[in-house]
Ligand binder design. Structure first.
Ligand SMILES: *[C@@H]1O[C@H](CO)[C@@H](O)[C@H](O)[C@H]1NC(C)=O
Ligand SMILES: CC(=O)N[C@H]1CO[C@H](CO)[C@@H](O)[C@@H]1O
Length: 267
C-alpha cells in the first residue's frame, strides 16, 4: 500500500506539476540598494495572499470553482506585449462579512487569457485585519504561487508598477512607492510561456465575483504598455468590468477611473 502511494506521488509529480517560476528580490530606497526584509516564504502576512496561494495550489478542476470573473479596469489586446506600467493610488476600503475578501490593484500581461494558465502581474492589495486596513505589495507569475514583495504600502500611497518581460518565460517587475521613494525589483524566470496578447490595468476582488462586501474609494490609474516596440497609450484600452453596477471603470482621456458603484466613492 505504501509503495503504491509513493508510486502514485511520483507519477503525479512527473505528469502534472509544471516548472515553478523562481523569483529574486532587491530593495531600493531613493535609488540606493538596502537590505530586503524578506521573511520566510511561509510567513505570508496577508490573509488574501494565503487564500490565493491555496487556490493556486488546487488541482485545475477544483480551481475552476473559485476562479470567478472578478476584474474591473481596462485592457489592450493584440500581439507582442512586452511591457506595461501603471500608477495608481491605494484606495481606502471597508468590508462587511465574517471573512471579507481582499481587493487587489494590479497591472499584468496575459491576465485576460487565464484559460491558457499563463500570466505575469504585480501590484498592491488591501484587506482588513482586526478592523484596520492593511496593504501589501505582491508579484505573480504562473504557475508559481503569488509572492509577497516587502514594500511598505500605506493607504493613499501612489504606487507605480512596471512589468517588463525579458522572454516569454521571464521578466522584471519594479514596484515603486512614489510617496516613500522605496522600490522593489523582482526578477522572475521559469514561468509558463506567455502569449503576450493582452496588457491590463485591473482592480480585482479576491475569490468571489460579488463586489458587494467591499466598499472602496476611487482608484485613478495612468500608464501605458509596449507592444512590438511601440508605446500603446492607456487611452487605447477597452474597459473591463465583471461587476455590473458594483464597479465602474471609465477612461477619461489617458486616465482610467475605477469607482465603486455601491457608494464607496464617498470616502
Ligand atoms: C518599464 O521600465 C523599463 C526599464 O526602465 C522601460 O524600458 C520601459 O519603457 C518601461 N515600460 C513602460 C511601459 O513604460
Ligand atoms: C525616488 C522617489 O521616487 N522619490 C519620491 C518619493 O516620494 C516623494 C513624495 O511623492 C517624491 O518627492 C520623491 O521624488
Amino acid at each position: 500500500m505504501k509503495v503504491q502511494v509513493s508510486a502514485f506521488l511520483v507519477l503525479a509529480l512527473a505528469c502534472c506539476v509544471s516548472a515553478q517560476a523562481t523569483w529574486s528580490f532587491k530593495k531600493f530606497q531613493d535609488g540606493v540598494e538596502v537590505p530586503l526584509e524578506q521573511g520566510p516564504a511561509t510567513e505570508l502576512r496577508s490573509a488574501t495572499l494565503q487564500k490565493l496561494k491555496r487556490i493556486r495550489n488546487l488541482p485545475r478542476r477544483a480551481r475552476a470553482n473559485v476562479d470567478n470573473p472578478n476584474d474591473c479596469g481596462a485592457a489592450v489586446t493584440g500581439t507582442g506585449f512586452t511591457s506595461i506600467v501603471g500608477t495608481w493610488n491605494v484606495p481606502t476600503i471597508q468590508t462587511t462579512g465574517a471573512s471579507p475578501p481582499g481587493l487587489l490593484q494590479w497591472v499584468g500581461i496575459d491576465g485576460l487569457s487565464e484559460t491558457a494558465d499563463a500570466g505575469i502581474q504585480g501590484g498592491t492589495l488591501s484587506e482588513i485585519q482586526d478592523g484596520a486596513q492593511v496593504n501589501f505589495a505582491y508579484v505573480d507569475m504562473l504557475p508559481a504561487a503569488l509572492q509577497q514583495a516587502m514594500l511598505t504600502v500605506e493607504t493613499a500611497d501612489t504606487i507605480t508598477t512596471n512589468i517588463t518581460t525579458t522572454s516569454t518565460t521571464s521578466g522584471v517587475i519594479t514596484l515603486s512607492n512614489e510617496t516613500r521613494g522605496t522600490s522593489i525589483v523582482a526578477t522572475v524566470s521559469g514561468g509558463t510561456a506567455l502569449s503576450r496578447t493582452s496588457a491590463e490595468w485591473i482592480l480585482q476582488i479576491a475569490e468571489t465575483s460579488n463586489l458587494a462586501p467591499v466598499l472602496f474609494s476611487s482608484v485613478t490609474v495612468t500608464g501605458s504598455a509596449i507592444a512590438s516596440g511601440t508605446t500603446v497609450s492607456l487611452s487605447k484600452a477597452s474597459v473591463v468590468s465583471n461587476f455590473n453596477s458594483d464597479c465602474t471603470a471609465k477612461l477619461v482621456g489617458t486616465t482610467l477611473e475605477i469607482t465603486d458603484g455601491s457608494g464607496g466613492g464617498g470616502f
